[in-house]
Every structure is written in C-alpha cells, then in structure tokens.
Ligand binder design. Structure first.
Ligand SMILES: Nc1nc2c(ncn2[C@@H]2O[C@H](COP(=O)(O)OP(=O)(O)O)[C@@H](O)[C@H]2O)c(=O)[nH]1
Ligand SMILES: [Mg+2]
Length: 501
C-alpha cells in the first residue's frame, strides 16, 4: 500500500484503518477497528479529569451551558459519561461487551436526571448522553468519576478509562485537568495520562484548570484575582509546565449558574439585597448565618438554594452588583456571573489550542488505538500484525503534522531546551489554521520575495542550530523539524495561490 505524501494526516490514518479492517475482518478485532474509523469522523473528545469533587461535572455543565451532568454523589457520577451531540435527547448505558441499554431520564428544575435502574454500575463501561446542543457540535465532553474518589473502585474506573498503567489506548483526544491544590498525586496522575502517544507523550493536548476558584479567599470579592495569581504560579511551575501548556482559574459553579439563572433566583437575590448592610455582612460570614431563619424575610429553603447555586462568593458578588445598580435583571446578573467565572479563558484555550489541531489529535488517538489492535493481532495472525504495525510506523513517520506535534512535545515538556524566543517562534511557525505570512512572523501585506527569503532563512538557521556541537539527539531532531516546517512553507509559497501575482 502506498500513502501519498500530500494526503492530509487524517486521510492517511483512514487508509491505515481500511488496511486494518481488511486484516482483522475474520477476527474479533473487527468491531474495534470500526470504532476507530467512526471516531475519526466524529467530534474531538475532550476528557475532564481530576480528583473527586474537583468540580468536573459542574465545569462540564458550564461548558455545555446546561445542567446535564449530575453533580451529586449518585450512582451515575461513578461511571464515565460521554456527552455528545445528537439529533434527539437520548441516554444509553454501554456494557463491556458493547451491549446497549436505554436509560430513562427526566429534567428536574432544569437539571437532567437519570439513574441506572436495574443495572449494576460495575457492568456499565460508560453512559452516553446524546443532546442536541450546539456547544457539543465540535466537542464530545467526557466526564470521569475522579481519581482517589470515595472508593478505590471509582479510582480504578477512572484510571482504567484514562489507561494509566495499561498499554491500552485512551479514548480521549485531549484533556482538561482540574486541580484545586497542587499536590504530588495530581502531577503523577497527569504525567501518566500524558505518557502514551503516537509521537511520545505530549503536553500539547492538555490544559489545566484551577477549579472552584471562587472558594479561594473564603468568599471575598477579590477571589478571582487571587486565583489568577495562583494559576500563574502553577503555570510557571517546572513540573506543571512539562505536563500542560496553560493553567486558568475557573469558578465552574458561577459559570454554570450564570448560564442557567432563573427569573425567580434573580428576584430572590434582589429581595436579599434590600437587607440592611450590617445584617447582610453577618449573614455572609458562614452558611449557617446565611440560613438563620430570623436573618431575612426570604424562606430558609430559598436561601439554601441560592447558596447551592452560587456559593458564598457568588451570592456576595450578585448582591454587590445589585446594590451598585450594575446588574439587576436575571440576564444582566447572568452575564456578570459568566464574565467573572473565568469560563471564557478556558473556552479560548479550547478554541485556540484544541480545535485547530482537532484532526491531528484525533489522528494521533486513532494510531494509538490501531497500534494496540496490531498488538492484539499478534497471537492470531503474526504476519498481518507485522504488516499493520509497519504501516502505522510509516504513516506516523511520513506525516509533518505528527513531527510538529512531537516537536511541540519535546519543547513544551522540557526535553529540548529552546530559548524563550525560540519557543515563541515555534508557537508562531506551527500555529494551526494561520496564514503563511503570520506563520513567518510577517505582515499580511508582505511581499512574496520577502516571504520566500524569510522561509529560506528559517531553514538555514535551524539547520545550523541542529549542527551545533552541543546539540544532542533530541535537539537535532527538534531543529530538523523546525527546518522542515520552514521548508514546507517555502514550498507552499511556490504553489499557485488565488491572489499570487
Ligand atoms: N463554590 C464552588 N463550588 C463548586 C464549584 N464547582 C463545583 N462545586 C461544588 O463542589 C461539589 C462537587 O462538584 P462536582 O462538579 O460534582 O465535582 P466532581 O466530583 O469533580 O464532578 C458540588 O457540591 C458543587 O456544587 C465552584 O466552581 N465553586
Ligand atoms: Mg462528577
């Protein structure tokens, strides 16, 4: 089989999939190959990972803008759950043998509610929620039960899914990792998750969230500013830097409630804002004081609900907005909450870092899966297994996209020490979805000749860097990929372009 050098990476992987389908057609692996093929055409799969109660399900709801993921401690929070776009509302449980069972569901106060009924959680490999939401158009979000959860069994289910100490591939193309406080186990966990890939382990598909950011500073109004400072510190931490490229503070609860705020809740907040200042301050010191029956005319039940939906920080924030006359209606409060929550920064990371690379990240996950299929094929058919493995190698080695992914990995994980300027250059020149001029660091109006000489200069400079006596193998490889990248830009400049003169 030959793979054309020009074929986009995902098409090359499709070709390998077709070969795999032929090679395994008579075996039990046929279904596994079909799954890999299907997923190449589907949305990018982003897992939300982190310890139990880190705020994963709440953050997922914020990203979707609806309360779909259960945030209580019910049975369903113990099972890996996929939230994907679908033409109709549908919830199914998928067993380990691939068998599906429809799960009844309903909406209670706007929140999706479902339970496993007769099914035992240990027999369910995952739950799939299909929902006609535009937020799920490009992304399938995967909620995980959480590491070091209430029971050792839950942790096992998460590690199994993320394939930590298992040669089996992970189902996710990218990961949002939630951390409340950085401790060793978080770093270890993130490290092992990244430590499997087509091109070596890669921090290029992971971002971290400093979650429940509103709780930093015990409900004070400057919580998000403090959280930003802590997130910056994490982002510059040597260990964290090798594992993910960015850390953003997000108050998932504030975002979730902002996106689903009801008129009656806004009304209750406005009533509460009429309480004398001194009384309000006392109420906001602790949950008990807030719910003290004599403290306000609002029923205790309503106040409890407000606390559940907003936390102390969120209630204080809304009351301050109302008293200052900045936001009073439900839609104004909703907007202010979302803006304060930090959600936009996370959305920005997904849009800038994950989505433009979606096809390469999906191709990479597919190759990891195919490689594992090739290993399983070893026993029933060693010749076919070798043929498939060789084709996977060839596909990986011949794709500039994989080479660039590996380059980013080498640099971001600190294996190759680029200077800050070189890191910036790498970011610019490999930026997915950008124009040639921008990738060469030049103005859109730059002359063709200037573009060409800039590309050539890049090729020469990186070849020289790679030939330096101190450059080790990894550095030489990184410099060679940089040179190749400039070379391909040079070639592209010679390709006929619509406006080229
Ligand atoms: N104050 C505050 N509480 C949060 C936030 N995110 C989640 N929580 C609360 O923390 C608890 C656990 O959240 P959940 O999303 O179920 O965490 P998970 O176990 O990681 O899925 C729930 O009571 C949430 O209401 C947040 O951003 N701020
Ligand atoms: Mg959860």
């Amino acid at each position: 089989m030959t793979i054309s050098a020009e074929a986009p990476t995902i098409d090359r992987v499709r070709t390998v999939c077709r070969l795999a389908a032929t090679l395994v057609s008579a075996t039990e692996l046929a279904r596994a190959v079909a799954v890999v093929q299907d997923r190449l055409d589907g949305a990018l799969r982003v897992a939300i990972a982190g310890r139990v109660k880190a705020g994963k399900s709440t953050l997922l709801n914020a990203l979707v803008g609806e309360r779909l993921a259960p945030t209580d401690a019910g049975e369903c929070t113990k099972v890996v759950t996929w939230y994907q776009h679908g033409p109709a509302y549908d919830v199914v449980a998928i067993g380990y043998e691939g068998q599906t069972t429809a799960i009844p569901f309903r909406r209670v106060d706007g929140a999706l509610s479902f339970d496993l009924g007769q099914l035992q959680p240990e027999t369910v490999q995952r739950i799939v929620v299909s929902w006609p939401s535009s937020a799920l158009g490009e992304l399938t979000l995967i909620d995980t039960p959480g590491l070091a959860s209430l029971s050792a069994e839950n942790s096992l289910r998460t590690t199994e899914f993320l394939a930590l100490d298992d040669p089996r591939p992970s189902d996710a193309d990218a990961v949002i990792y939630l951390m409340r406080h950085l401790h060793r186990r978080d770093a270890e966990f993130l490290g092992s998750f990244m430590d499997r890939s087509v091109a070596g382990s890669s921090p290029v598909n992971a971002v971290a969230v400093l979650s429940r950011a509103d709780e930093i500073g015990a409900g004070r109004l400057d919580a998000m500013t403090s959280a930003r400072r802590i997130a910056d510190r994490y982002e510059h931490d040597e260990t964290v830097r090798t594992l993910c490229t960015a850390v953003v503070p997000v108050a998932g609860l504030i975002a979730e409630t902002g996106l689903t705020l009801r008129e009656d809740e806004a009304w209750a907040l406005r009533r509460l804002a009429e309480t004398p200042h001194a009384v309000l301050e006392r109420m906001l010191r602790a949950a008990d004081a807030f719910c003290d029956p004599g403290a306000s005319e609002l029923t205790v039940e309503l106040r409890r609900q407000l606390l559940d939906r907003l936390g102390v920080f969120g209630v204080r924030f809304c009351l301050t907005e109302i008293r200052a006359g900045r936001s009073t209606t439900a839609s104004e409060l909703a907007q202010a909450l979302v803006a304060e929550s930090g959600l936009d920064a996370l959305r920005g990371l997904i849009t800038d870092r994950f989505l433009p690379r979606a096809h390469v990240l999906k191709a990479r996950t597919a190759l990891v899966s195919l490689r594992s299929i090739a290993r399983e094929l070893e026993a029933p058919d060693p010749t076919a297994a070798r043929q498939l493995a060789a084709e996977i190698e060839r596909c990986e080695a011949s794709s500039p996209d994989f080479a660039e992914l590996r380059l980013s990995h080498l640099v971001l994980s600190g294996i190759v020490a680029f200077s800050d300027d070189q890191r910036r250059e790498l970011d610019v020149v490999t930026a997915p979805g950008r124009g040639l001029e921008e990738r060469l660091g030049l103005d859109v109006a730059a002359d063709h000749g200037v573009l060409r000489s800039k590309a050539l200069e890049g090729v020469e400079r990186w070849r020289t860097n790679g030939a330096a006596p101190m450059a080790d193998v990894a550095m030489r490889e990184a410099c060679e990929t940089m040179a190749h990248t400039y070379e391909s830009l040079f070639v592209e400049l010679h390709a006929p372009r619509p406006n080229a003169t």
